[in-house]
Design a protein around this ligand. Structure first.
Ligand code: DGY
Length: 335
């Protein structure tokens, strides 16, 4: 028997993407960690294979763990999968069929809380960039087309003192509210299915009873709901038509919350003033119509992309693995 064939008693953990160095180092000391040194995303076959040959996995939003992929990993003649825990690296887990995972006895955990501030910062960045036409200005300058300062050059829209509407009022929505109110003196309105008047008052915002009422009343609207079958195309053509003509729409949540075809039509018709997007319906593919619109500020899903936060997300995923394999309650269960 060669060294590599010596059986290991440590749980086998497959990690689908590269993680920050400190996280990979911790994983390696604790588990038989199968790291993805190439960082090439797993396809459905590779995911099923990993599910069938690992005790747990660290997954990311780019891993489509749909019913067929999960079922394909079941051990022959049983409805069990070798993988018992999906320690998902992210707060959103819409890439995982939670009902099927549960049915197959797989625990799923996520990484809430640690990415709140950075994602809220990015929502504010998009809000400022759209209002102040930062993308247009940068493109103009880099193309060598800046003809110098003049009084009517690239006039944008003032942010301070305006009204911001939040669609969804969880951790990230609340963090955006605090920044907008305390940093820019904005009046903040919020809508969520469960928000009460008292909770809104306690958080220093005004509750709107309907999304429609919120959209009609705001200069800026920022989306902070997860992707579920309830929120798919929550912002559709009808609701976009409720927004003020000079209003801006920001999305750092999930792409499919906004109907992108309706969004492009609204932007082309001047029904809204601009959009700031960090997430897309078909990402990483981005609709060419959006790429052509000067009043769209587009980022490649970097809401939580700081060294500090990505390390904290990884450490939280490892905390969940550690708890699971020590027989303790996992800190962040979602299924
Ligand atoms: C998440 O955690 O769901 C984010 O979208 C990744 O930053």
């Amino acid at each position: 028997m060669t060294v590599s064939e010596v059986p290991t008693t440590r749980p086998i953990i497959t990690v689908t993407r590269r993680l920050p160095p400190k996280v990979e180092a911790r994983l390696t000391t604790m588990f038989d960690a199968r790291l993805n040194s190439t960082d090439i995303p797993f396809d459905a076959a590779a995911l099923s294979q990993a599910l069938a040959s690992s005790d747990a996995m660290i997954t990311t939003l780019g891993d489509p763990l749909h019913a067929a992929t999960l079922h394909a990993a079941t051990l022959s003649g049983s409805s069990e999968v070798r993988t018992k825990l999906l320690a998902h690296f992210g707060v959103g887990y819409d890439n995982i069929d939670i009902a099927v995972a549960r049915e197959l006895g797989i625990t799923v955990t996520n990484t809430p809380g640690v990415l709140t501030d950075d994602t809220a910062d990015l929502a504010i960045l998009l809000l400022l960039a759209t209002a102040r036409r930062a993308g247009e200005g940068e493109r103009e300058l880099r193309a060598g087309n800046w003809s110098g300062w003049h009084p009517t050059h690239l006039l944008g829209t003032r942010v301070s003192g305006k009204t911001l509407g939040l669609v969804g009022f969880g951790r990230i929505g609340r963090a955006v509210a605090a920044r907008a109110r305390d940093g820019f003196g904005m009046r903040v309105l919020a809508w969520s299915r469960s928000l009460t008047d008292q909770q809104a008052t306690d958080a220093g915002v005004v509750r709107c009873a309907t999304i429609e009422a919120l959209l009609t009343a705001c200069d800026f609207v920022s989306v902070h709901v997860p992707s579920t079958h309830h929120t798919r195309h929550l912002i559709n053509a009808e609701r976009l038509a409720r927004m003020r003509p000079g209003a801006f729409l920001i999305n750092t949540a999930r792409g499919d919350v906004i109907d992108e075809i309706a969004l492009v039509a609204a932007l082309r018709a001047g029904a809204i003033a601009g959009v700031g997007l960090d997430v897309f319906e078909g990402e990483p593919a981005v609709r060419s119509e959006l790429l052509e619109l000067p009043n769209a500020v587009l980022l490649p899903h970097i809401g939580s992309a700081t060294d500090e936060t990505r390390t904290a997300m990884g450490m939280l995923a490892v905390d969940n693995l550690e708890a699971f394999f020590s027989g303790r309650v996992v800190p962040n269960p979602v299924a």
